[in-house]
Design a protein around this ligand. Structure first.
Ligand code: PLP
Length: 403
C-alpha cells in the first residue's frame, strides 16, 4: 500500500532543513568536515546561555513536573508584560500573552486560528520561510511583498499597498530581519501601521532578534506605534539568550482586542489543544528578561557577534561579483551574486555543488522565497577564522562557475 502525504502539504516547504542538509549529513557520516553556515543555532558555535537562566530553570524543575496553564506560567507571562511596558506596547495584560514551544509553534497556532481557505497574508520576500509555510498549511495564500536591497532591504511600501486585496487579512513583518539583517526605521514601521489601520489588517511582527542589533541600531516594536491596530508581537529565548534548544517563546496580543473575541477564542482552543508548552523552559523566561543582558556585549564591534558579522560582510563584499548589505541586526548576511558573472539557473544546484566541491553548507535564496536565483544566506555564528576559511572557499567555488 502506498501512503501519501496530505494534500494540505502540497504548497508547504521549509528548505533551511531541506535536501542539501540531508546530503551534508551523509557527507559528515562519511567523515568529511563540513563548514556549516546554514542555521541560526548559536549553542553549537560556543555561545553560552546566561548562567542565571540555567539556574532558574534548574530551580524550577521540581515545580515543573505537571502541565501548566495552557498559556504558560504566570511569572513568565508577567515578565513578558513588563517587557512590553518597557517597550511602550500599551494595554497588555497577562491574558494577552501566550507562551509556546518556540516562536515556531506560535506562528503556526496564530495563523491556524485566523485563516480561512484562500485568505491572503502579506509576507516579505525574502522571508523566514516558516511564515510562508505556515500560511499555506493553514489554507491561506501567501502573497510576497518586495524588500528593496537597494534601500538596505527596507520593505517596499508601494508594493505592499498594491498587493492588498479584499482577501488580505494580515501583514507579516520580520524585524530585525532574517535573512537580510535589516532593521526597520520608525518611519517605515509607522507607514506599515498606517496601511494596516486603513485597510483593516492584523499585524504579525516577528521580533525574535530584537536584541541582536549592530552599530547602535534601534529596534522599534511596531505595536508601540499602533495601539489602535490588532498586533501580534513574537519574541523568545532562542536567539537573544542562545537557548534555541529549550524551545521557549511568546506572542503578545495588543490593540483593540474587543473586536477580536472570536479570534481569541480560537487561539485559546488551539492553546488548550496543545495542553501547554514545555514547562521547565518557561522557568527560564523571567530570569532571562530580568537578568543581565549579556547579548549587549556580544553585539558590540568588539563582541563575538559584532566582529563575525563585520568579517563576514567584508569578506563577501571583497569577492568579485558579490555584494551584500551590511546587516544591522540578527545573525545573517544575504549576499547577491552578479548574474552577469555567475549565471545560476538553479540555486538549489548551486548550494549542492558548493557542498560537494568545497564542503560548505549554505541555504539558497529561493529557500527564503526570494524570486530569483542570485542570492544565498550565510549565518554569521561560526568563529571568525572558520568564516574566513568558508568564505575563501566560496570564492574558490565561484571562480569555477564564473562566466
Ligand atoms: N522567527 C525567525 C525570524 C527565525 O529566524 C526563527 C528561527 O530561526 C524563528 C522565528 C523560530 O524561533 P524559535 O526557536 O523560537 O521557534
Amino acid at each position: 500500500m502506498q501512503v501519501n502525504q496530505s494534500g494540505k502539504l502540497s504548497n508547504v516547504c521549509y528548505d533551511i532543513r531541506g535536501p542539501v542538509l540531508k546530503r551534508a549529513k551523509q557527507l559528515e557520516a562519511e567523515g568529511h568536515r563540513i563548514l556549516k553556515l546554514h542555521i541560526g543555532n548559536p549553542a553549537p558555535f560556543g555561545f553560552e546561555a546566561p548562567p542565571e537562566l540555567i539556574q532558574d530553570m534548574i530551580r524550577g524543575l521540581p515545580e515543573a513536573h505537571g502541565y501548566s496553564d495552557s498559556k504558560g506560567i504566570l511569572p513568565a507571562r508577567r515578565a513578558v508584560v513588563q517587557r512590553c511596558e518597557q517597550l511602550g506596547i500599551a494595554g497588555v495584560d497577562v491574558e494577552d500573552v501566550y507562551l509556546g514551544n518556540g516562536v515556531s509553534e506560535l506562528i503556526v497556532m496564530t495563523l491556524q486560528a485566523l485563516l480561512n481557505d484562500g485568505d491572503q497574508v502579506l509576507i516579505p520576500a525574502p522571508d523566514y520561510p516558516l511564515w510562508t509555510a505556515a500560511v499555506s498549511l493553514s489554507g491561506g495564500t501567501p502573497v510576497h511583498y518586495r524588500c528593496d536591497e537597494a534601500a538596505d532591504w527596507q520593505p517596499d511600501l508601494d508594493d505592499i499597498e498594491a498587493k492588498i486585496t479584499d482577501r488580505t487579512r494580515a501583514i507579516v513583518i520580520i524585524n530585525p530581519n532574517n535573512p537580510t539583517g535589516a532593521v526597520y526605521s520608525r518611519e517605515v514601521l509607522a507607514r506599515i501601521a498606517e496601511l494596516a489601520r486603513r485597510r483593516n489588517l492584523l499585524i504579525f511582527s516577528d521580533e525574535i532578534y530584537d536584541k541582536i542589533l549592530y552599530d547602535g541600531a534601534a529596534h522599534v516594536p511596531i505595536a508601540s506605534l499602533a495601539p489602535d491596530v490588532l498586533c501580534l508581537t513574537f519574541g523568545g529565548l532562542s536567539k537573544n539568550y542562545r537557548v534555541a534548544g529549550f524551545r521557549s517563546g511568546w506572542v503578545v496580543l495588543s490593540g483593540p482586542k474587543e473586536h477580536a473575541e472570536s479570534y481569541i477564542e480560537g487561539l485559546d482552543i488551539l492553546a488548550n489543544m496543545r495542553l501547554c508548552p514545555n514547562v521547565p523552559a518557561q522557568y527560564a523566561i523571567q530570569a532571562a528578561l530580568g537578568g543581565h543582558q549579556s547579548i549587549e556585549d556580544l553585539v558590540l564591534p568588539t563582541g563575538r557577534l559584532g566582529e563575525q558579522r563585520d568579517r563576514a560582510a567584508k569578506l563577501l563584499n571583497d569577492l568579485p561579483g558579490v555584494s551584500c548589505v551590511r546587516p544591522r541586526g540578527a545573525l545573517y548576511v544575504f549576499p547577491r551574486l552578479d548574474p552577469e558573472m555567475y549565471p545560476i539557473a538553479d540555486d538549489v544546484r548551486f548550494a549542492f555543488d558548493l557542498l560537494e566541491q568545497q564542503r560548505i553548507l549554505v541555504v539558497q535564496g529561493t529557500g527564503f522565497n526570494w524570486p530569483s536565483t542570485d542570492h544565498f544566506r550565510v549565518v554569521t555564528l561560526q568563529h571568525a577564522d572558520e568564516l574566513e576559511e568558508a568564505i575563501g572557499r566560496i570564492g574558490d567555488f565561484l571562480e569555477t562557475i564564473r562566466r
